[in-house]
Design a protein around this ligand. Sequence first.
Ligand code: DCP
Ligand code: MG
Length: 415
Amino acid sequence: MPESRRIILHVDMDAFYCSVEELDNPSLKGRPVVVGGTPEGRGVVATANYAAREFGVRSAMPAARAIRLCPRAEFLRPRPKRYSEVSREVFSIFGKYTPLVEPLSIDEAFLDVTGSRLPGVPANVDEDGYGAGVAIARALRERVEKETGGLTCSIGVASNKYLAKIASDLRKPRGVVIVPLGAEEEFLAPLPIEKIWGVGPKKAERLRAIGIDLVGDMQRLGVEPLQRALGDETGEHFWRLCRGVDHRPVVTEQEVKSISQEKTYGQFLAPADRETIERELFRMSDKVAARLRARELWGRTVQLKARDEKFHTVTRSASLDSPTCLVEEIYRAALGMFDERVDFGDLRIRLLGVGVSGLTGEPRRQLDFFDSGRLQQAESMAAISDAVCRKIGDKAILRAKMLEGEKEKKPPGSD
Ligand code: DCP
Ligand code: MG
């Protein structure tokens, strides 16, 4: 057994919001259920149960369309507090199998169970090369179902996060999919290229143009043609992914000390190009904010990093009155620091970065009731937009700032 072998699970609850609704109101069971959107056809679908999905109803679809597809469906208003409560319950079950739990969203996590044992399963068991990993996955699925009173999940078992995540999605609901150790490439080969992380419709089109439909086509192509088609760095990145290579560790919430985003500009930004600078800072603030929310974290300190064309680097930080996970607050602080505390004279900018530290799982706001209500509303709006973005790609909800730029021109060196 190689020393470096890791056993990673990706757990994703099935039709999460709907399943919680069915749990609380068993009369819904067996019927098509949609959470989000009104019966009058306003709003968008947050999720649909599997009965409604048979009619083609999907997350992020306008409710009006969902009604046309499935007029019999029960349309329910989301109850975010209740979903968070159940989420905590489920995550506490995850924690019984390993301390290494990395939350990805309200209903999804990576678990590193390399060092975990299961009572009653002999230490020398090695199903599919995963020791007790497969048995742990099955036990976890049963336990979630039993302790929540009926919620089901799907689990991918693999040697890294990337493969585990692909696997968990393949046999939903209630599926446990194992990527056999040593057969990672064979596992990926028959899948469409969209299954590769970061391949959206645009990249997929470019890849199809050079004859790549399946992950296996990419594996056969080799690294150099990929680099010619996509550029050196991206080509190499996809070469690793198409063979299932991913060395990122499972990072628990406590280990995340800061979240940041930075970009080096191949074509330097002119200090007078205010619009691009603002747009770039906004874009990065938005990404940082979304990552905070995905981990249910708030940060108290905002950092700004900037480097000029002569490689002179400055980092600045500012403390907020209370921790945040909102783009507007992060952006305001970052731009303020850029304006008041960065002076490169006429030199152009080669790098910008925005980060947040001082992270906490408890927002602990010292605000009056009205303000805290308003903030909570802003945060739940943001959470809904995150979920839409996750489902149908980052471009789903274009914020005004970014939209302005998309219409005119792309920032130099942007991808
Ligand atoms: N969500 C949302 N809007 C979206 C996507 C998701 O509000 N566009 C919410 C509702 C989901 C929850 O997040 O229940 C989890 O998202 P998933 O992508 O895991 O979807 P489900 O759990 O609903 O279904 P699946 O069985 O495919 O995981
Ligand atoms: Mg889910």
